[in-house]
Design a protein around this ligand. Structure first.
Ligand code: TMP
Length: 254
């Protein structure tokens, strides 16, 4: 079968032209980067697990009425998605102080925040994804006030729902990053959840031990990175059937 046309290659995923107009194929790589790609590595089986974890979480979110770009999983590393116009904002929600918030404001990592905090970062690698406010977002036309209303509303629902879902499997949702896109249906435009939700863009801590089960294990050289991603999938009840052996399977199944 002829290879599909590649449209875009990011740090962790590749986008290919989809089988029908308005669709794309999202391929999940094992490549891992941190600190705006200054640190590079491979997490064996990450692509397979993130494909499955993101599918699972987006399906559960769709069930509570959060619209997403996800259509269906195609194989171990690929999923079919709706083509959207990505809004160039990374939306971060924090429930517990960690990472850049802990550093920037001098708060001890692990401190529960008085309320969930939403932050925005402008998606621009050359500028190192700077933090911006709603003022910048509307002044520079990255998203309208109506778009931002929808985005904040969806983000808070996603946070409440995922916090509960993860708590149910013994995991604290410390913080996470989501992205949204504009989906055009004729003249109508809807904002939908896009990109992925996986241990690459969430901080997930074991509720009992506070052990990190996410990309911080790679960022901070804590070891057992593959095992952490597998454990998240296992607790969600979605580890590929043949178990860990499956993760090293064929790169691409058409
Ligand atoms: P931070 O504490 O480094 O700002 O990260 C906050 C959350 O956002 C954390 O769950 C990791 C995620 N994140 C990404 O998904 N992509 C990024 O480029 C960064 C910096 C963070």
């Amino acid at each position: 079968m002829a290879r599909r046309r590649q449209l875009y290659e990011g740090k962790a995923k590749i986008l290919f032209e989809g089988p029908e107009p308005g669709t794309l194929v999202q391929y999940f790589k094992d490549d891992a980067t941190a600190f705006n790609a200054q640190k590079k590595g491979t997490i064996t089986g990450k692509g397979v697990l993130n494909n499955r974890i993101s599918e699972f979480l987006m399906q559960r979110l769709a069930e509570i009425g959060v619209p997403t770009h996800f259509v269906r999983r195609l194989n171990m590393r690929e999923q079919l998605i709706r083509e959207v116009e990505i809004i160039p904002i990374e939306v971060v929600v924090r429930n517990i102080a960690a990472g850049s918030l802990a550093t920037r404001l001098g708060i001890v990592e692990g401190t529960r925040l008085p309320r969930s905090i939403v932050e925005y970062y402008y998606k621009n690698d050359a500028l190192n994804d700077p933090m911006v406010s709603e003022e910048h977002i509307s002044a520079f036309g990255w998203a309208s006030a109506q778009d931002m209303d929808d985005i904040v509303h969806m983000t808070l629902r996603i946070n409440d729902f995922l916090t509960g879902l993860f708590l149910g499997v013994g995991i604290s949702l410390v913080d996470f990053k989501v992205e949204f896109g504009r989906l055009w249906e004729g003249e109508e435009m809807r904002i939908v959840l896009a990109d992925e939700i996986s241990p690459d863009n969430c901080r997930l801590w074991d509720t009992k031990t506070n052990e990190k089960m996410d990309k911080d294990r790679f960022r901070r050289d804590l070891g057992k990175v593959e095992e952490a991603y597998q454990e998240v999938a296992k607790r969600l009840g979605i580890l590929p059937e043949a178990g860990v052996r499956d993760l090293k399977g064929p790169e691409m199944m058409q």
